[in-house]
Design a protein around this ligand. Structure first.
Ligand SMILES: CC(C)(COP(=O)([O-])OP(=O)([O-])OC[C@H]1O[C@@H](n2cnc3c(N)ncnc32)[C@H](O)[C@@H]1OP(=O)([O-])[O-])[C@@H](O)C(=O)NCCC(=O)NCCSC(=O)C[C@@](C)(O)CC(=O)[O-]
Ligand SMILES: NC(=O)C1=CN([C@@H]2O[C@H](COP(=O)(O)OP(=O)(O)OC[C@H]3O[C@@H](n4cnc5c(N)ncnc54)[C@H](O)[C@@H]3O)[C@@H](O)[C@H]2O)C=CC1
Length: 421
């Protein structure tokens, strides 16, 4: 059987599908699913391609960011995330909206040297030859310098007495820049090798400490009042307490950051950017003070709830899969063709909206009320409800004392019996 899979990657798509079907004994319905979701572009993007896995995409409406109200496509499989983001944006619109600022916007390429006999001599060499090393980086990808970007600065970082990172800081303009920076870093690595240095590797760092964005939003506390009768002032104070809790407990902070990522990752994915790169950077930054903490801080100042955050955010509006995938192009069009820094601002503002809605729910009704009401549709599908049955089953589930698969199955059965009666 293993023989079938050998050189799988060299087979045509239809041969690959046949091998899969035969070996895993796929049903006709499963085969149809694969065939219906074949996509020519997907086949060019990845290896051992079989089919495109769809992620539902919905809209976050009128996200208030830097004086604009942006329509933001979010790609996520999780119920209630998009409703919550809209809820957060609705509340934020009653305040200042989100204001964002980048201090600088550079990507770091690391050339990692080992067994350096004389760190000071290396340092002197790099300082004396900074201009030619930067030129070497820029010659490896000249178009970036032509558009005003390119390698700008070199930083030496001594890790121990024989291990050194030579960091090349690159302005990648509208691209996220991973491939560009890697190309430049490898060129500088070759030059350092010529000088006799032992280069272990040359690769960008996803920890975007030279690409930090800060964001702030102020909301009148009155805007946080709940339908259930909790006063806005009380909700605001509790949100601030919840935020403080994230500085005390990494267990709580990880969950809060997961909630922030509900929004951030959905926009990163819909915009064709690299979710793993953003995720890794955010988690590292959440621990930059020595203890893992929540990425967003909420405080009550006079009659306002103030949300602030600083996070690394390296995303692009060109490059990678962005220019290739029609749905990604569509999403950029829906957002109004943002620049790379505008997209970063939209992503961070979505994180703020998401976190605000989650914390407001957590400190008032609890998360399950809103979340489970929206989860009901997925549960209905899970237990086998057909298109014409879903809305009625959801209504029954929302009125039921329990919302789980057992009750959903029972209610679906009842619903079908009602119809046949
Ligand atoms: C679910 C809601 C929004 C209900 O909220 P609600 O107050 O019961 O609903 P509402 O009908 O009054 O609607 C309020 C607004 O929410 C939006 N909204 C409401 N419904 C929809 C919908 N169907 N589709 C799109 N938007 C919707 C919409 O903007 C609406 O305003 P309107 O336009 O009516 O003026 C609220 O309970 C909420 O925000 N909950 C938070 C849910 C959440 O965070 N879900 C993520 C999953 S849980 C998780 O993964 C993370 C977590 C929570 O663990 C993180 C953490 O611990 O920090
Ligand atoms: N550790 C990581 O994060 C890694 C990520 N990747 C992947 O790399 C890809 C991103 O790399 P990039 O270098 O961004 O993409 P890329 O390799 O497509 O390069 C961007 C291209 O766009 C061109 N360009 C056109 N107009 C531009 C403008 N206005 N500003 C900037 N560039 C412009 C550049 O010259 C360059 O050729 C993503 O697919 C990512 O998943 C790859 C390796 C490692």
């Amino acid at each position: 059987m293993m023989a079938d899979w050998q050189q799988f990657y060299k087979r045509s798509w239809s041969e690959r599908v046949d091998i899969l079907v035969n070996n895993q004994q796929l049903t006709n319905a499963e085969q149809d699913l694969i065939k219906e979701n074949y996509n020519y572009i997907g086949e060019q993007q990845i290896e051992n391609y079989i089919y495109n896995f769809g992620v539902p995409t919905g809209l976050l409406l009128n996200l208030p960011v830097d004086g604009k109200k942006v329509i933001v496509p979010m790609a996520t499989e999780e119920p209630s995330v998009i409703a919550a983001a809209n809820n957060g944006a609705r509340i934020m619109r009653q305040g200042t909206g989100v204001q964002t600022k980048f201090s600088k916007h550079l990507m770091r390429g690391q050339i990692l040297l080992v067994h350096v006999a004389d760190v000071r001599a290396l340092s002197n060499y790099v300082r004396e030859h900074e201009r030619s090393l930067l030129q070497c980086a820029n010659d490896a990808h000249p178009s970036m310098a032509k558009r005003g970007g390119g390698a700008k600065e070199i930083l030496i970082e001594t890790m121990d007495d024989s291990t050194v990172a030579v960091n090349v800081l690159v302005d990648t303009k509208e691209a996220m820049g991973a491939n560009t920076v890697n190309t430049m870093a490898e060129a500088v690595a070759a030059k350092l090798r010529q000088q006799g240095y032992e280069v272990l590797m040359a690769i960008l760092s996803n920890y975007g400490t030279e690409s930090l964005i800060t964001a702030e939003v102020a909301i009148p506390v009155a805007a946080l009042a709940t339908k259930q009768g909790l006063a806005g002032e009380e909700v605001a104070q509790k949100i601030a307490l919840a935020s403080h809790m994230e500085t005390l407990s990494p267990h709580r902070a990880v969950t809060a950051n997961k909630g922030i990522l509900n929004g951030i990752e959905a926009v990163v994915l819909a915009s064709g950017n690299d979710t793993r790169a953003v995720n890794a950077a955010l988690h590292a930054y959440a621990a930059h003070d020595g203890q893992y903490q929540g990425l967003i801080c909420w405080q009550v100042v006079a009659d306002q709830l103030i949300g602030t955050t600083t996070m690394p955010m390296s995303v692009g509006v060109v490059g990678g899969s962005i220019g290739i995938v029609p749905a990604v192009k569509l999403n950029h069009h829906i957002m109004g063709e943002p620049t790379s820094t505008e997209l970063a601002s939209i992503i961070v503002a979505t994180g703020l909206a998401q976190n605000l809605a989650a914390l407001r729910a957590l400190v008032s009704t609890g998360i399950q009320a809103g979340h489970m009401a929206l989860q009901a549709k997925s549960l209905a599908v899970q237990v086998g409800a057909q298109a014409g049955e879903i809305d009625r089953l959801v209504a029954k589930l929302n009125a039921a004392p329990k919302m789980d698969a057992t009750s959903a199955k029972k209610l679906l059965q009842e619903l079908r019996e009602e119809v046949t009666d």
